[in-house]
Design a protein around this ligand. Structure first.
Ligand code: ZN
Length: 304
């Protein structure tokens, strides 16, 4: 079983109590429970086993942390060390090295700043059509007005519009305006607070943790052509090399879990030995493609 985490923090006691994140106490509870039922394994062990090497123990569990949040160094790492867990971390390159705030994170904090974020639907649709007259809102509604696994229908639709359905430039323009209005005037400072920097990533590696690739700009790879996908994938290598990750330990985490046949070729050519998606099921080593191992979300197993 591979488990995926994003924000892990004392959410209710934080400056952003509405942020969709995992409460630190629930994280601790989950580690205690999983530790009783499972055997912790590292990404290195999974890469070995998935590529024909030493098999994993029964009921193996690997923990993965996406997006390089400072939460992971501040809140998750002490708990992992206490349990002797070697987890895997996936920072997008731009966030980690250039302190650039990702669109996906702008959206999370915009939603967390409002009591009723669904009320943004009309505003976002109006802004989208005034920015680009060719946008066909009735078709977008017909395609995307449906709930996802974790959100109500309006939030699910907003996320779809602002994460993938609208053209990139339109999305970013709307997100920048909403972020400035509702969250902060200083994206750079916000990013600096939100993401781990190189020093923290180096410390993770020193502590025996795995760091892998998660794209340069955290875009959906299947929407890109091959050259763009190659740039997003190979662009992770300088950061991994700088952190001292050896080439036979490269793993890749697809942003949004999104990949296509080209992505898998590109990732393999760049030297990655394994990859993780967001297909929500238990990984079966030996059956699943090592480059596309499924992961359960922490919310899937929170109270199980
Ligand atoms: Zn991500």
């Amino acid at each position: 079983m591979i488990v995926m985490y994003h924000y892990v923090r004392p959410v209710a006691a934080s400056a952003w109590p509405r942020l969709k994140g995992l409460e630190l106490d629930d994280f601790r509870f989950q580690l205690d429970r999983l530790g009783q039922s499972h055997r912790w394994v590292s990404m290195e062990q999974v890469l070995e086993a998935a590529n024909g090497g030493a098999p994993l123990p029964e009921a193996a569990a690997l923990l993965t942390f996406d997006d390089g949040y400072r939460d992971h160094a501040v809140h998750a790492l002490p708990e992992l060390l206490r349990h002797g867990i070697k987890a895997a971390f996936y920072p997008p390159v731009r966030a980690a090295t250039e302190r650039e705030l990702l669109d996906v994170n702008k959206l999370h904090f915009i939603l967390a700043s409002l009591e009723d974020p669904g009320s943004l639907v009309d505003r976002v649709e109006d802004e989208a059509s005034s920015l680009d007259r060719s946008i066909d809102l009735p078709t977008l509604r017909a395609l995307h007005w449906k709930r996802n696994r974790f959100d109500d229908i309006r939030i699910s639709y907003l996320k779809k519009l602002l994460q993938s359905a609208l053209p990139q430039a339109v999305r970013t323009c709307i997100l920048d305006g909403l972020f400035e209005h509702f969250v902060s005037h200083d994206q750079a400072q916000f990013a600096d607070d939100l993401y781990m920097g190189l020093g923290e990533l180096e410390r993770l590696v020193d502590m025996g943790m795995h760091v892998g690739g998660h794209g340069v700009t955290h875009r959906r790879l299947s929407l890109l052509d091959r050259a763009e996908q190659e740039a997003e994938v190979a662009g992770c290598l300088p950061l991994l090399n700088r952190l001292g990750v050896s080439t036979n330990r490269f793993s890749f985490c697809y942003p949004y879990g999104d990949c296509d046949g080209t992505t898998l070729e590109v990732v393999a050519q760049a030297g990655f030995r394994g990859g993780v998606s967001t297909r929500a099921t238990c990984a079966v080593i030996g059956e699943d493609n090592p480059l596309c191992l499924p992961r359960l979300d922490t919310n899937d197993i929170l109270r199980s």
